[in-house]
Design a protein around this ligand. Structure first.
Ligand SMILES: [Zn+2]
Length: 94
């Protein structure tokens, strides 16, 4: 069946291509890291940095930076809330 021959060849070729891709992906895995916060896989298009023993992607680091920048205000708010609830408790007791 000569008509089938080229199709079989291309099938084998695509299997070989698949194996090549697998090997390539495995090779690339060394450069890949999973973001500890969002679970995304980082690679060239998604820069990542190691934080301690974890890797964190640029998106999460940006979000973290925002949180850290607002940390002082947040802590002040928490402190204020604590004082307020303490005052309420005191006023309820008396
Ligand atoms: Zn992330």
């Amino acid at each position: 069946m000569p008509e089938d021959a080229p199709r079989n060849d291309s099938a084998i070729e695509s299997i070989i291509e698949g194996k090549k891709m697998e090997a390539y992906a495995e090779h690339r895995t060394k450069d890949m890291h999973c973001c500890a916060l969002c679970g995304n896989i980082g690679y060239r298009k998604r820069p990542m940095r190691p934080v301690g023993s974890k890797w964190i992607c640029i998106d999460c680091l940006r979000a973290l930076k925002e949180v850290l920048e607002g940390l002082d205000q947040w802590e002040a708010e928490i402190q204020l809330e604590k004082e307020m609830s303490k005052k309420i408790d005191e006023s309820l007791r008396t």
